[in-house]
Unconditional design. Structure first.
Length: 140
């Protein structure tokens, strides 16, 4: 798989992939999420290509204290082929090069397949509660 930075021409394919992977939610406009990411550390928004088609994505960030990964997606017909593992390794290297000491991510509680994926990569569950507050609504 060729991992490269996201390009504006990738938008439709990326959003379609996120939808196939059930990552989109009505309260998060994926186009707005993409534009927000491109404004900050755009180099940490990457896509994975096979035969000219986008089959994977990852959106990462580093705030100087912790790194985060969002929108990790692998096309359902390409899962269990090591592509997600390659993408996570790419992000880990990029964040480590920035001096990032720890990488965090959030997984929906009932998503056992994704929990097992990250556990196999050495990630462990932190004993904490994730909280959030929407500051800007994406809904009209």
């Amino acid at each position: 798989m060729n991992i490269r930075p996201y390009q504006p021409a990738d938008e439709a394919a990326v959003i379609a992939l996120w939808e196939r992977c059930e990552l989109t939610r009505p309260w998060n406009d994926p186009r707005k999420d993409i534009q927000r990411k491109l404004a900050i550390q755009a180099e940490l928004f990457v896509v994975g290509e096979l035969n000219g088609q986008i089959v994977a994505t990852a959106m990462a960030g580093f705030d100087g204290h912790r790194g985060w990964i969002n929108y990790l997606a692998v096309s359902p017909d390409r899962q269990r082929q090591g592509l997600g593992r390659q993408l996570v390794a790419h992000i880990e290297r990029a964040l480590q090069a920035m001096g990032c000491p720890k990488l965090n991510l959030q997984i929906r509680a009932g998503n056992a397949q994704v929990i097992a994926f990250y556990q196999a990569l050495g990630y462990g569950q932190d004993e904490l509660i994730s909280m959030g507050k929407r500051l800007i609504s994406d809904q009209p």
